[in-house]
Design a protein around this ligand. Structure first.
Ligand code: SAM
Length: 284
């Protein structure tokens, strides 16, 4: 017998236009959609004219309901899993079901789309060549401070957390106690929604900014590495900048850029000739 596929379908984190064409097709074509909150998802379904049956699948019935879904997949039914917002299994139900499908060797695939953590990091202006996501911050101050203490001196990557709006100020105070006033952070609020906001600055500035009014909406808090290196200029950008902003001869430009990047003069000279050639190619 042919078994069914489980689709992990990402849904918008605010703006409904962020649903993908593939997500819409799959949600319309599957036999059943397992949703964290069926009443919430019904609004999404009504908006897009999706009539597929919905069943509830949330944190407290994940194990039992998961077995029922596994049974349906074995019988050849296709099932989509969605959460209230964003990507299933990312601080949302789904992990257990994914593990069970793998154990049972049932086919599963992801329909990628929005996730608050990736959206926030990409918008943050903090270094993201390396990052970590630590899920929801603990609700209690002691545990939260322990988490922040772990981001001390050796921290070389940006770390993102989900946080509830009514705890943001307390979290920022704990952050200040553990890492000081000057650590660089970013706070993304209400991403993709009407009141979207991205705060970027020090912990002290964030306390001042968010301390003014009651904090509302959904939040991602991001803490920068201990040292934030300025964005790197490439060799080519440095050559072009010096050519545009100064009257330096090619020899002088090459010398300065070679010094800046620790390269040999001949390497930078070759780069500047290549650039000239490309420019001529574009203009001619
Ligand atoms: N699975 C979701 C995802 O992929 O982003 C996350 C679900 S988790 C239960 C919900 C948390 O994600 C919120 O409390 C908030 O921290 C963050 N979040 C969700 N939507 C957001 C938004 N539009 N702006 C900022 N943070 C958001």
């Amino acid at each position: 017998m042919v078994v069914g596929t489980l689709y992990l379908v990402a849904t918008p984190i605010g703006n409904l236009e962020d649903i993908t064409l593939r997500a819409l097709r799959v949600l319309k074509e599957v036999d059943l959609v397992a949703a964290e909150d069926t009443r919430h998802s019904r609004k999404l379904f009504n908006h897009f004219g999706i009539t597929t049956p919905l069943t509830s699948f949330f944190q407290h019935n994940e194990a039992a309901k998961g077995e029922r879904l596994i049974e349906l997949l074995r019988q050849g039914k296709s099932v989509a899993l969605i959460s209230d917002a964003g990507t299933p299994a990312i601080s949302d139900p789904g992990y257990l079901l994914v593990c069970r499908c793998r154990e049972e060797e049932l086919p599963l695939t992801a329909i990628p789309g929005p996730s608050a953590v990736v959206t926030a990091l990409s918008l943050s202006g903090l270094p993201v060549a390396r990052f970590a996501f630590d899920g929801f911050l603990p609700a209690k101050s002691g545990a939260r401070r322990e988490v922040f203490a772990g981001l001390d001196s050796e921290c070389q990557r940006t770390v993102a957390f989900y946080e509830a709006p009514h705890r943001l100020l307390a979290a920022l105070q704990d952050l200040r106690s553990e890492l000081g006033d000057d650590r660089q952070i970013a706070v993304a609020r209400e991403l993709t929604k009407m009141h979207e906001e991205l705060f970027r600055g020090t912990v002290a500035a964030a306390l001042e900014h968010f301390g003014q009014n009651r904090v509302r909406g959904e939040i991602v808090l991001m803490v920068a590495p201990t040292v934030v290196a300025p964005p790197q200029e490439t060799v080519r950008e440095a050559i072009l900048r010096l050519q545009a902003d100064t009257d330096l001869s090619r020899r002088e430009v090459v010398k300065q850029v070679a010094r800046q990047f620790g390269l040999s003069g001949s390497e930078v000279y070759k780069e500047s000739l290549d650039l000239d050639e490309e420019m001529e190619g574009k203009n001619g």
